[in-house]
Ligand binder design. Structure first.
Ligand code: 13P
Ligand code: SF4
Length: 306
């Protein structure tokens, strides 16, 4: 506790000295989320906030693709990632060459990449999407291209869960989130058997049968909103474990019950590494300028969809 307190105090001083802000994803630990973050949110909110940030330095407390997206959207700022090894099984599941091959196999179809991808992959696609706007982007892209099908990569479960909500045919890639793919229908049955009144909220990176067995599916921000709006007596958030820890204090009337899984990549970020990043101004995210121009286009096209 003493060390944690020391880190929090030091980070607050460094933020002022460096003219820095900390953007933290909902899966960061509570000491980061409540102790030092200036803005917290889902991937979409963090992208929007990174774009409009006025501070000289943005520390992205999250995984690497999030820091890359922040840099794409606000290239004049220094974007720091406290541990550049914080990856993502989805981002690692597909390369730029894979996207080119997919496009060649399905000529004329718009290509949509989940933001959980590298800048090199974003540079090859027409639009990005997040879990908060996937259906909207799919329908917009198909409409603009005059097609009844789109390619959506790399998460096969987000693709399948989005396909259930739209008439547009979705051609998917075979990636998966190593955290969410582990949840099963049996997990949901078990928590319902244990607590008859439990409300089950799932992230759309979960397998279709898990989402189908849940009461609601949405991005991490949508899950937090659901709890705040409905104030269920008991809720299971079928997602990363820090999510419940982070929103518990704002919802004292709700009991948060398991299951949950940890993301080892998100958990690479710590208070101490944030302090070191601000102290040493490293690691700064860099993106090849030509690649950045092409990658930024797909993210900006997503953000421009009304
Ligand atoms: P959202 O916060 O956009 O729902 O994304 C979840 C996620 O898996 C980020 O790694
Ligand atoms: Fe990637 Fe899944 Fe971790 Fe999110 S939770 S960073 S999608 S591995």
């Amino acid at each position: 506790w003493v060390l944690m307190h020391e880190d929090i105090t030091a980070i607050r001083v460094l933020k002022r000295d460096r003219d820095a802000i900390i953007l933290a994803h909902n899966y960061q630990t509570p000491e980061i989320y409540h102790g030092v973050a200036d803005i917290v949110g889902d991937s979409l909110a963090l992208a929007r906030e990174a774009m409009r940030a006025k501070a000289a330095v943005i520390v992205l407390a999250g995984v690497h693709f999030m820091a890359e997206t922040a840099k794409l959207l606000n290239p004049d700022k220094t974007v720091l990632i406290p541990d550049s090894r914080a990856g993502c099984s989805l981002a690692e599941s597909i390369t730029a060459a894979d996207v080119r091959a997919l496009r060649a196999r399905h000529p004329g179809l718009p290509v949509i990449a989940y933001v959980n991808t590298s800048a090199a992959v974003k540079a090859e696609v027409d639009y990005c999407c997040t879990s908060a706007n996937a259906r909207k982007v799919v329908e917009f892209a198909a409409n603009q291209a005059g097609t009844d099908a789109v390619i959506m990569l790399p998460d096969r479960f987000l693709a399948a869960n989005t396909a259930r909500e739209t008439q547009i045919r979705i051609i998917a890639w075979d990636g998966a989130c190593e955290v969410h793919e582990r949840f099963t229908q049996a997990d949901i049955a078990q928590v319902r058997a244990q607590y008859a009144d439990v409300v089950v909220l799932a992230h759309p990176e979960c397998p279709e049968e898990v989402v189908a067995a849940s009461d609601f599916a949405g991005s991490t921000a949508a899950m937090a909103d659901y709890v705040a709006r409905h104030q269920p007596k008991r809720v299971a958030l079928i997602t990363e474990c820090s999510m419940s820890d982070n929103i518990a204090s704002a919802n004292p009337g709700t009991e948060f019950v398991k299951p949950c899984n940890l993301c080892p990549h998100m958990k690479r970020i710590s208070l101490h590494k944030i302090r070191t990043a601000l102290g040493t101004m490293s690691e700064a995210v860099t993106i090849d300028p030509d690649l950045a121009v092409r990658a930024r286009r797909s993210v900006e096209r997503m953000l421009a969809i009304p």
